[in-house]
Design a binder for this molecule. Structure first.
Ligand code: CA
Length: 220
């Protein structure tokens, strides 16, 4: 799952980026509205954290442009405490949720989990596929009752597949959703991560659909 983080205040941006990365997200950070607009138009994000007060182009204008152009990713806006009308304007402009500064990082993470879950049509934060469970709150992965230790990249691949139940996901789609833009991307590494996941999980859980990609299949 990949997040666009738009915040011009450097200390807050660094704190949020660190919290998001620690929670298993790939994070693209920008500090102004024009870069935010462009990235949201050109890269596939699973959610956006959008500050409203931004240099070059304000957050509300960015959001309106995205929505006019049909970019439907979940967007959570950050508003200043004494600007209650920003929440109304933001939701009317197409925001899916908001947080008022200052807020706790845990609340941001919980709201993002819910937005991403809803965008995938999933009801529960505990994702399941046959004997496999992934708890998006703790990052804990289990098969039956046994915990499975995954590296952060293995976790990112598995979490993305589990948010797309039944769908065939291509290697390039996985690449775009597990790496931020400035990361050195190589879709061949996806094969390596999938091979490692198959060694750690029941191997038949991740099906290869020839020429198309991968699909999680619930096995008994
Ligand atoms: Ca700001």
């Amino acid at each position: 799952m990949r997040i666009l983080l738009v915040e011009d205040e450097p200390t807050l941006r660094a704190q949020l980026a660190q919290a998001l990365q620690a929670a298993g997200y790939a994070v693209d950070e920008v500090d102004n509205g024009l870069d935010a607009l462009h990235l949201g138009q050109t890269e596939p994000f699973d959610a956006v954290v959008l500050d409203l007060g931004l240099p070059q182009l304000d957050g509300l204008s960015v959001l309106r442009r995205w929505r006019e152009e049909g970019h439907a990713m979940p967007v959570l806006i950050l508003t200043a405490r004494d600007h209650w009308h920003d929440k109304v304007a933001g939701i009317d402009a197409g925001a899916d949720d908001y947080l008022t500064k200052p807020f706790h990082g845990e609340e941001l993470l919980a709201r993002l989990r819910a937005l991403i879950r809803r965008a995938s049509g999933l009801a529960s934060p505990l994702l399941r596929c046959g004997p496999l469970s992934l708890d998006t709150r703790s990052g804990r992965v289990t098969v039956g009752d046994e915990p499975v230790n995954l590296t952060s990249h293995e976790y990112k691949v598995l979490a993305y597949l589990m948010h797309r139940p039944g769908a065939v996901v291509s290697r390039s789609e996985l690449t775009e959703h597990i790496y931020a833009q400035d990361h050195d991307r190589d879709s061949n590494t996806i094969e390596v991560f999938v091979a490692r996941l198959r060694r750690k999980l029941p191997a038949e859980l991740i099906e290869t659909v020839r020429g198309l990609g991968y699909r999680l299949v619930p096995t008994p």
